[in-house]
Design a protein around this ligand. Structure first.
Ligand SMILES: *[C@@H]1O[C@H](CO)[C@@H](O)[C@H](O)[C@H]1NC(C)=O
Length: 248
């Protein structure tokens, strides 16, 4: 969802010019600020070397954001996803991402992460959505909700364009919808992670762009896991204003 939103934002900023968005891999165009990978470099250094206005990527929860994000009233696009699909996606990401602790068995991954309320690392901690929706309502934030993007991409892309301050006409919108569809993005060498060294992501285990679907959680959760998840989710997410749908 993050890479998808980044590609959309890049195309909005460049008014649908695909050649411009092909200038570099996603992680080069958009510094990932907490990322340090020896063969690629430091996202923070990359961001510091870039002139403003910059578009940055982070998975950090609200309380760990650099204070200047808030002090300078930065615009925030918050990418959110139905947490069950998120967990399934994250599981497959763990399998192919070599630096992350390995959890090859879904049952164990599901137990240790969501159900035990414990993620191996904070990246992808979906409960931070709650903090965000409770504490960032006053900030310049727009939500990019994965299922809405999937079900109604044209409207959601238009909405992001309005937020960014670009009026997109119908033909530019249509072009962005096409270039950010799953099948086109999967073949986009700048976005499909093929520029990330194999020592980081092993795409023979699971592709970086796997399905791009909604509702895949039903192919993974068994009834008992689902019941526990619902219970935990309702307790921990009470009070959020973001509503996710689980049935499609
Ligand atoms: C990424 O895009 C390139 C160029 O289209 C393609 O050859 C490659 O198979 C794609 N990678 C994946 C994992 O789909």
């Amino acid at each position: 969802g993050t890479t998808w939103t980044q590609e959309i934002v890049d195309l909005i900023q460049n008014e649908g010019d695909v050649d411009l968005t092909q200038r570099a891999p996603t992680h080069v165009s958009f510094p990932f600020i907490e990322w340090i990978i020896p063969s690629i470099g430091s996202g923070l250094e990359q961001a510091n070397a870039m002139p403003s206005p910059r578009t940055l990527k982070t998975h950090l929860p609200f309380q760990l954001l650099p204070p200047s994000f808030l002090e300078r009233n930065c615009q925030i696009i918050y990418v959110a996803r139905n947490p069950k699909d998120n967990l399934v996606s994250y599981y497959h990401f763990h399998r192919m991402n070599k630096p992350l602790p390995h959890s090859t068995v879904w049952a164990r991954f599901c137990q240790r992460t969501a159900l035990a309320g414990h993620l191996e690392i904070s990246l992808g901690q979906h409960f931070h959505t709650l903090h965000h929706t409770q504490r960032c309502f006053h900030l310049r934030t727009v939500y990019s909700v994965h299922q809405d993007m999937y079900l109604n991409p044209k409207h959601e892309i238009w909405k992001l364009g309005e937020f960014i301050g670009k009026k997109l006409d119908g033909s530019v919108l249509g072009k962005i919808v096409h270039h950010t569809s799953f099948d086109v993005m999967k073949q986009n060498p700048m976005a499909n992670c093929s520029a990330v060294p194999a020592e980081v992501t092993d795409r023979s285990v699971s592709p970086f762009m796997r399905k791009g679907a909604v509702g895949d959680w039903k192919n993974h959760f068994i009834v008992a896991q689902n019941e526990r998840f619902d219970e935990d989710y309702q307790r921990r997410m009470a009070g959020t204003s973001l509503i996710f749908h689980f049935q499609f």
